[in-house]
Design a protein around this ligand. Structure first.
Ligand SMILES: *[C@@H]1O[C@H](CO)[C@@H](O)[C@H](O)[C@H]1NC(C)=O
Ligand SMILES: *[C@@H]1O[C@H](CO)[C@@H](O)[C@H](O)[C@H]1NC(C)=O
Ligand SMILES: *[C@@H]1O[C@H](CO)[C@@H](O)[C@H](O)[C@H]1NC(C)=O
Ligand SMILES: *[C@@H]1O[C@H](CO)[C@@H](O)[C@H](O)[C@H]1NC(C)=O
Ligand SMILES: *[C@@H]1O[C@H](CO)[C@@H](O)[C@H](O)[C@H]1NC(C)=O
Ligand SMILES: *[C@@H]1O[C@H](CO)[C@@H](O)[C@H](O)[C@H]1NC(C)=O
Ligand SMILES: *[C@@H]1O[C@H](CO)[C@@H](O)[C@H](O)[C@H]1NC(C)=O
Ligand SMILES: *[C@@H]1O[C@H](CO)[C@@H](O)[C@H](O)[C@H]1NC(C)=O
Ligand SMILES: *[C@@H]1O[C@H](CO)[C@@H](O)[C@H](O)[C@H]1NC(C)=O
Ligand SMILES: *[C@@H]1O[C@H](CO)[C@@H](O)[C@H](O)[C@H]1NC(C)=O
Length: 847
């Protein structure tokens, strides 16, 4: 090697080998795979007369689709260097005389375009490639109107120490031996079945030897017949030049030159030459000795001048003889950047396919890539090309599946969404579904599953589980009810009398809610006894409010006045403006709901008035107004006060979401709807927009999106799909208000919306700029961070990623605990230790 030339792109290596008596195997080489793609299965196998190679039909390995045809090559060994040859000959088999043009893919990556309109006599594509797995897929992708075809596919294992590019694979441009013969050479002369074409130029001089050239120890196994002839330039002082064209100027080229001195040299003869590929790329001198085979190639790729490559062998001044060349191969470097789908996901989906006996046309090749041939029913996550894609969702709904929910599903470890609805699946709902960490949506509706849903699955936070339409499956609510009644004695033996009463009250509330009275309600013809009792006349309302003397505020659909019932009980009376038709609907909703629910953190309805045009709602009086006033006013609210208010409001919402069946979505959670009583206990108010719908129908589509700007969940706004997670979003906004005491929307801010603004502030890393300055830094930092993080997860754009209210309550209590630790001596009026998740107050009138 010449050390003088540094930093050159081309670094040719010389390898030469001695002579030995190695006998070449003449049998079919081990590891050859030959597929004839037109053979009928019953004609297979046959022996090709010239090469004596045995071809088999591809019928067992092929799957045919509309847009692509995929050849699954069996018996491929991962990590083996293969010469892969695909052949294409159009014999007008379809009588259309339409010469096809299409793309050829190797796995998820494009290999080449096959154009039989230009190559009417057929063409071949060849690549030297190391498969990354034990299967290799060759895909023919229809790109126009013509139908792709493949005539034969051959795989030949090569030695692992030959043909190694710096990266990628080697796409063959040509392989010639320099001769005046007309014969191509391949197997059995070439043990690897490379195809050597004859090539010669008129201004060359041919050298031929009749003596055998022993190549037996040459790693590249160049056939003797290929080396038996060579070319030298006719003008002995001129270089030997070979030129060829590239497809694109950016192609990177590898050249393999095979040289053997086949001339009988005299003592005073020397042959020495340099190799050059453009002004910057040269190597030499080379001085081939007799009886030795030289394989010269560049180890790093070379760029040619534009689309033309010139390779020259230049005689040195010391040389008495011109340069010599026996054979040459040229390749371009082909990168296969797209990773195949993660092997575990591929194995899992294939075993699911097998277990359910699926045979879907698109389920061929790699599941996720190329993306245009993604298997239907799947979605995948594509991080970048070098990261194997992962399967994110699997939709096998209405696929006539029978049998059990197969355990192979759990091997799709990144699965977020699983839809097995509308099949004939039987057996139980498996426990493993609860252990699949990333699962967010499971739809098992419309099957024949039985048993009960595992508790772990029901308990899983943030999971959207649909099990409707499984008549033999014990649904979540009925299972829970049974559990509750069994649990009751245990609770009784442990808890205080007050707690027992509370539980009994809750069960009673549940029972009544589930009873026939649920219906439409508030129909004047059949009002319940209770509703009658709470119904007031308009004149009673006027007396109550002393002719609307004291205004408390202005609500969504009218003014709110202060009043007394029986001269002592303080109430707030909302009078609805008579003209509003919309108002009547909200009014009805609110009455129906509030008569149905009872919770210490929900404003309770004392009564109502429904007299022709006069509509009024009479609530318990909340002496301390609403949260918004307190935040914006001059009064001081400590961090503990704020956490307590947040917990109260969260408990109220949790009750609506979990304690009520069917669940209730408030739809208008905001700081001005969180009212404070004389003990600063917070209660959720204003149920005018609330919606109630059965469990299992969580993604209720509402025709009219309602809510308050700033608090309105964008996902709900965009999709019209209402779920309790919309309330979680709004609650998150309220929590941000509580923490920051900043307006929800402020156009003068760099980010008008509070959530966006907090996000920006947090990326700058300073929590003190986010916290309400009125707190003057008096709070436990951990507690503040936790509350902030919780608020931010509540306002995540995707409802699936938001926590449920039980989680919110739990986290807020943790915040309170750390803040309490800080103050140590804190004595709160309310107990933290609420074992029941809702409703510890005993109601005199259970509803
Ligand atoms: C195809 O083969 C025919 C007959 O051998 C020949 O005349 C013609 O030139 C060939 N066409 C091409 C494009 O090679
Ligand atoms: C032979 O090649 C040399 C160098 O390229 C050139 O100078 C000379 O003219 C050539 N001779 C003939 C006869 O072409
Ligand atoms: C080499 O030697 C031969 C005789 O053996 C002679 O004819 C020839 O001219 C010599 N060539 C050179 C370049 O000296
Ligand atoms: C050769 O190298 C010089 C200097 O590094 C550079 O400017 C020139 O573009 C190169 N030419 C080619 C053909 O790569
Ligand atoms: C051949 O290469 C050597 C060094 O590798 C250099 O000294 C010599 O000039 C080159 N000769 C030609 C004709 O390029
Ligand atoms: C691809 O993504 C992975 C994981 O995020 C990262 O480590 C890697 O650097 C990325 N590669 C490229 C080329 O962007
Ligand atoms: C389930 O099986 C029954 C009886 O085998 C059949 O009638 C019904 O169509 C199947 N349902 C589905 C959704 O495949
Ligand atoms: C899941 O994959 C592991 C290997 O990754 C395999 O051993 C196991 O059998 C697979 N489980 C199922 C149920 O397919
Ligand atoms: C569950 O599947 C059923 C039937 O395919 C569909 O109607 C329903 O919308 C799905 N539910 C969810 C939550 O995806
Ligand atoms: C559902 O499964 C039960 C047994 O668990 C069976 O008796 C019943 O016929 C099945 N129903 C349908 C519609 O396949």
């Amino acid at each position: 090697m010449n050390k003088k030339i540094r930093g050159l792109l081309l670094a040719f290596l010389i390898q030469y080998f001695g002579i030995s008596g190695f006998l070449q195997a003449q049998d079919q080489q081990q590891g050859f795979i030959n597929l004839d793609c037109g053979l009928q299965a019953n004609e297979s196998p046959y022996t090709e007369p010239t090469t004596k190679l045995t071809f088999t039909s591809d019928a067992d390995f092929i799957k045919t689709g509309k847009s692509s045809r995929i050849q699954n090559v069996p018996g491929v060994t991962q990590g083996t260097n293969y010469l892969i040859v695909a052949m294409f000959v159009y014999g007008n088999y379809d009588d259309l005389n339409a010469h096809p043009k299409f793309d050829l893919y190797l796995g998820p990556n494009i290999w080449t375009t096959v154009d039989l309109q230009r190559k009417v006599n057929g063409t071949r594509a060849e690549i030297i490639h190391i498969p990354r797995s034990n299967s290799l897929q060759v895909c023919l992708v229809k790109t126009g109107t013509t139908t792709p075809l493949i005539s034969a596919l051959e795989l030949r294992p090569l030695r692992d120490d030959t043909y190694i590019p710096q990266s990628g694979s080697l796409k063959n441009l040509f392989r010639v031996y320099l001769t005046d013969s007309k014969d191509t050479i391949r197997y059995p002369e070439d043990v690897h079945d490379r195809l050597w074409s004859p090539f010669f130029m008129s201004d060359w001089e041919l050298i031929r030897t009749s003596l055998p050239v022993d190549t037996s120890d040459n790693e590249y196994d160049i056939p003797e017949d290929v080396l038996a002839t060579a070319a030298t330039p006719g003008n002995v002082s001129a270089p030997l030049t070979i030129s060829w064209n590239l497809e694109t100027p950016n192609d990177l080229v590898y050249a393999y030159l095979h040289v053997a001195e086949i001339q009988d040299l005299r003592d005073n003869d020397t042959r020495e030459f340099n190799i050059s590929a453009g002004p910057n790329v040269s190597y030499g001198p080379v001085s081939p000795e007799e009886s030795q085979v030289y394989n010269l190639f560049n180890t790093s790729p070379v760029k040619c001048q534009g689309v033309i490559c010139h390779l020259q062998l230049i005689r040195t001044q010391d040389s008495t003889l011109p340069p010599i060349l026996n054979a040459i191969e040229a390749f371009t470097s082909l990168e296969f950047p797209q990773s195949e789908t993660h092997a575990n996901d591929v194995a899992a989906i294939k075993s699911i396919e097998k277990s359910y006996g699926l045979s879907r046309i698109s389920w061929q090749g790699d599941p996720c890539v190329p993306q245009q041939f993604l298997w239907d029913g799947l979605t995948c996550e594509y991080t970048n090309m070098s990261t194997p894609p992962r399967i994110h969702s699997l939709d096998l709904s209405s696929s006539e599946l029978t049998g059990l929910i197969v355990p192979e599903i759990q091997n799709l470890t990144q699965l977020q969404k699983l839809d097995l609805s509308n099949n004939n699946l039987t057996g139980g709902v498996p426990e493993f579904l609860a252990k699949m960490k990333s699962l967010l949506v499971i739809n098992l509706s419309g099957n024949n599953l039985s048993g009960s849903v595992p508790q772990a699955l029901l308990d899983k936070m943030g999971l959207n589980l649909n099990i409707q339409g499984n008549p033999n499956l014990c649904s979540s609510s009925s299972c829970n009810k049974k559990k509750n009644s069994i649990m009751l004695p245990v609770v009784a033996s442990l808890a205080s009398l007050a707690a027992i009463i509370a539980v009994v009250t809750l069960l009673l509330v549940c029972c009544i809610k589930k009873g026939p009275s649920r219906g439409k309600g508030l129909s004047p013809s059949q009002p319940s006894i209770e509703t009658k009792k709470r119904r007031f006349t308009y004149s009673e309302v006027l007396t109550m409010t002393n002719n609307t003397e004291r205004v408390l505020g202005k609500g969504g659909f009218g003014m709110v006045y202060h009043g007394y019932i029986n001269g002592t009980e303080e109430v707030a009376v909302k009078l609805l403006s008579p003209s509003s038709a919309q108002g009547y609907k909200e009014f009805k909703t609110e009455v129906e709901l509030l008569l149905r629910v009872y919770h210490t953190n929900l404003v309770s309805l004392v009564g109502y008035c429904d007299e022709k045009d006069h509509l009024a709602l009479i609530y318990q009086y909340m002496a301390n107004g609403d949260l918004k006033q307190h935040l914006s006013g001059s009064s001081f609210m400590s961090w503990i006060d704020r956490l307590n208010i947040a917990i109260d409001a969260a408990l109220g919402l949790e009750y609506l979401h979990i304690g009520c069946k069917p669940l209730i979505v408030h739809r208008d959670v905001k700081s001005s709807n969180i009212l404070l009583d004389d003990h600063f206990q917070a209660k959720l108010a204003d149920f005018g927009l609330s919606r109630s719908f059965p469990v299992g129908d969580e993604t209720h589509v509402s025709t009219l999106v309602a809510g308050t700007p700033g608090y309105l969940d964008h996902e709900y706004y965009q999709t019209n799909r209402l779920s309790e997670k919309s309330d979680v979003f709004s609650f998150g906004v309220v929590l941000l208000e509580i923490i920051t005491n900043k307006p929800v929307i402020d156009q003068t801010r760099e980010k008008p919306h509070i959530a966006e603004w907090v996000k920006v502030m947090l990326t700058r890393g300073d929590i003190t700029n986010v916290m309400d300055p009125k707190l003057q830094g008096v709070y436990d930092l951990g507690s503040a961070w936790k509350a902030l993080e919780l608020a931010m997860t509540c306002v995540t754009p995707s409802s699936l990623e938001r926590p449920n209210m039980s989680h919110v309550v739990h986290e807020l209590k943790e915040c309170l605990i750390s803040e309490n630790k800080r103050t140590r001596d804190i004595v709160t009026t309310r107990s933290l230790d609420i074992n029941l998740s809702f409703g510890t107050e005993v109601s005199p009138k259970a509803r």
